[in-house]
Design a binder for this molecule. Sequence first.
Ligand SMILES: *[C@@H]1O[C@H](CO)[C@@H](O)[C@H](O)[C@H]1NC(C)=O
Ligand SMILES: *[C@@H]1O[C@H](CO)[C@@H](O)[C@H](O)[C@H]1NC(C)=O
Ligand SMILES: *[C@@H]1O[C@H](CO)[C@@H](O)[C@H](O)[C@H]1NC(C)=O
Ligand SMILES: *[C@@H]1O[C@H](CO)[C@@H](O)[C@H](O)[C@H]1NC(C)=O
Length: 416
Amino acid sequence: MSKQSHTHRFLFCLFVFILGAASFVSSKSTIEPCSNSDSCNALVGYTLYTDLKVSQVASLFQVDPISLLTANAIDISYPDVENHILPAKLFLKIPITCSCVDGIRKSVSTRYKTRPADTLSLIADSVYSGLVSADQIREANSVSDPSVLDVGQILTVPLPCTCFNSSDNNLPAVYLSYVVRPMDTLAGIAAGYSTTLTDLMNVNAMGVPSIGAGDIIAVPIPACASNFPKSSADFGLAVPNGSYAITAGHCVQCSCGPGNLNLYCQPASLAVSCSSMQCKSSNLMVGNVTAQPSGGGCNVNSCTYGGIVNGSIVATLSSTLQPRCPGPHQFPPLIAPTDLTVRDSLFAPAPAPSQEGVTPKNPGSVILPGAGLGPGGLSPANGPTGSISAAPLVIPLSRYQSGILLLGVLVVLTTY
Ligand SMILES: *[C@@H]1O[C@H](CO)[C@@H](O)[C@H](O)[C@H]1NC(C)=O
Ligand SMILES: *[C@@H]1O[C@H](CO)[C@@H](O)[C@H](O)[C@H]1NC(C)=O
Ligand SMILES: *[C@@H]1O[C@H](CO)[C@@H](O)[C@H](O)[C@H]1NC(C)=O
Ligand SMILES: *[C@@H]1O[C@H](CO)[C@@H](O)[C@H](O)[C@H]1NC(C)=O
């Protein structure tokens, strides 16, 4: 072995060691390398630090309040729903858009306007519920003295974002960036999101199933994929199972699940001044399906939404012969905003994790993995924290040191 490769191996080990050591005092997060500039859909798991209006949560993340509600299957037909007050500690999935910056998937920057008494750690740990660290905000904004924040200062808040090609094991998926809570176990999180421990470990490139409070892991949620043309403004839309998405300028509402993972779109209830949603040479509208039993099975005609191209809604008519006629379309159950309650998961009598904290609109029906407290609380044991992960995708990020360490390692590498 050449001297050079020895040196490189030594440096690599040193690098892994330093990062490993750093992880004993810090949290890890999953980083996704990327090469093209395509943007993609993702979710971040957010826990409200105080009672907030729907519109206030939406403005923290600069997302459309309606999209925020539909992503959590919250009924938007409730009067004045954007001003409805959501309770502190409620867990929500926030739909965000990821882009590719410097070879890493990052959120399209969220901005926060500072208020009196704000500190970077308050903003990071409380307002954004640990989705970002004080250090990451400091670095993103080149804050030289974190003790001096001007009131009304606009800060960029870099949020975790992972898409992994919007697929998991070759099936469509949307990834949720989940902040690990003290009592969480990886197995509990896997169970809460109907995935497996192995899958979570693979996605997050973990050698051992150990997590620590504050780590951010990527959780794949099965989704319904769209196949809109590339020229479509909502190209790549993927809707997580059990939820809804609003698209085409609030004209079209798409849903996913519960019975299958076929995207189903129809005119949105709040559709106003929308382009025609009728399929050409038919009287069917987007979302309409007609079924006609025939000798060989069932003739099914459907008018489906095909994206928004040049400001116009694409409506495509298709006719297929199916073995059986489809029944009426099943929708993911909606939750009334007034039914969003938070229970203390530590003391609650171990409900299925994804059902914690949410009362469904129709008691007895299937509950979606929508809003409510995050998963966990299944097992009181917590894995050992601060393990070393040498896998390529997971970089242990010290909240205080990783930037400096990486810089140091780079300097060492370049001097060789
Ligand atoms: C991305 O996912 C699509 C299917 O969703 C698949 O055909 C393609 O091969 C994947 N690309 C990569 C790089 O994994
Ligand atoms: C077609 O869809 C529209 C809008 O969703 C709905 O109002 C209408 O009842 C549907 N028609 C049929 C025949 O299903
Ligand atoms: C959309 O508009 C562009 C020019 O503005 C045109 O080149 C393109 O063909 C249009 N696409 C469709 C599908 O109509
Ligand atoms: C989708 O969610 C429903 C419950 O909301 C569940 O029964 C179903 O198994 C899920 N489908 C997949 C593929 O995860």
